[in-house]
Ligand binder design. Sequence first.
Ligand code: NAP
Length: 353
Amino acid sequence: MTSSPSLPLRAVGDTGLHVTELGFGAASLGNAGRAIADDVARDAVAAAWAAGIRYFDTAPFYGRGLSERRLGDALRGREDEALVLSSKVGRVLVPDASVGRGGEVDGFRSPMPFRVTHDYSRDGILRSFEASLHRLGLDRIDMLFVHDIGRWSRGDAHDEGWAQLTRGGGFEALASLREQGAIRAFGLGVNEVEICLEAIDAAPLDVLLLANRYTLLEQAPLDALFPACAARGIAVIAGAPYNSGILATGTRGSATPHYDYAPAPADIVARVRRIEAVADAWKVPLAAAALQFPLIHPCVVSVLPGIGDRRRLDQTLDLYAREIPAGFWTDLVSEGLIRADSLNAAAIEKAMP
Ligand SMILES: NC(=O)c1ccc[n+]([C@@H]2O[C@H](COP(=O)([O-])OP(=O)(O)OC[C@H]3O[C@@H](n4cnc5c(N)ncnc54)[C@H](OP(=O)(O)O)[C@@H]3O)[C@@H](O)[C@H]2O)c1
C-alpha cells in the first residue's frame, strides 16, 4: 500500500508514540447524529490517510461496534509505522436483537444489535479489549482510554465504576497490557476535568483524551490539570474542539447551534457571538480558530474533531491549514474571551507591534 507523508507529529509523553496534530474522531463512523453509508465511511478514512492523518480514535460505544468495524476495514492494509489507533474500555457489548432496528440509540443511528453494560473491572477491560481487536480486524490497538468514567457521564453510578477501576483491577489490567506490549499507552477518554485529576493520582497514565473541555469556550484545564500533566509527562488529546457543534456552525445559520450534545443555552450563544465578532474583524473562520486553538498549548498533542465524510474531511483540512494571525488570539484575550495563559509566549510575542 502506498503511503503519503504524515502531517506534523507530536510525542505522546515518553511512550515512543507520535500522533499527528490533527486526528480523526471516528464516532461519526458509528453514525453519530446522522447515518452514513459504508462506502462513505471507507472513503473518508482513505482520504484522511492520503492527506497524512495517522491518528484515529474509535470506541465500542460508537454505534455499538459499528465505528470499530468500519474503521478497521478502512485501515487494514495501511498499517504504516506512523499509524496510531486508540479505542476505549469500560463498556462491554452484549447481543440484543431489540437494539438498532432503524432507530437511534444514545445518539447513534441504526447501531449494531448490542446493548451496553458498563464494566470497568479487570475482567471487563480485558474482554472489551479482545472484542475491539476482533471487530477492528487489526493486530493492535496503540492506546486504550477508560471511557466516560466520572460523575459527569455516570452520575451516581460513577462510584461503582471507580471501585472496579481502582480496587477491582481495572487500572492494573491496563498497566499490565502496557507492560506486556499489547498496548503502548493508556489513559481516560472523558468530558470531565475533575476525574482526570483524580485518575492521574490513582494510576500511572500516559495520556488523556479530554473532550469538549479545552476549547475556545472552556479553559478550566489550565488551572490544575495541564500543570499536573506537564509535571508528569502526561499528554493531552483535545477531543471535540467545536464543543459538539456551535464552534463549527457558529450562531448565524438557520439550524439550532449545539453545545455539549444539546441545543446551546443563551449565555453560550452570546459568548460565541462575541468570538464571531473578533473573528470577523480578522477574517478568521470561527471553525479554524476552534480547531487550532487547543494545539497552541504544549500539553496538547493532537486535536480530534468528528469527521464523517470526505466533504467534512476537506473542510477540516482547510481549517487546519488556515494561517491565523497572533493578533487575533491576543484580541480574544483583551476582550476577555479566552484566558491569557492559553497562549504561549511565542504566540504573544509575534503579535507585538
Ligand atoms: N469521552 C470521550 O472519549 C469522547 C467524547 C467526545 C468526543 N470524543 C472524540 O472526539 C471526536 C469528536 O467529537 P464530536 O464529534 O462529538 O465533536 P466535535 O468535532 O466538536 O463536533 C462535531 C459536530 O460539529 C459538526 N461539525 C464539524 N465540523 C464542522 C464544520 N466544518 N462545519 C459545520 N459543522 C461541523 C459536526 O457535524 P457533522 O456530523 O454533520 O459532521 C458535528 O455535529 C469523537 O469522534 C471522538 O473520537 C471522545
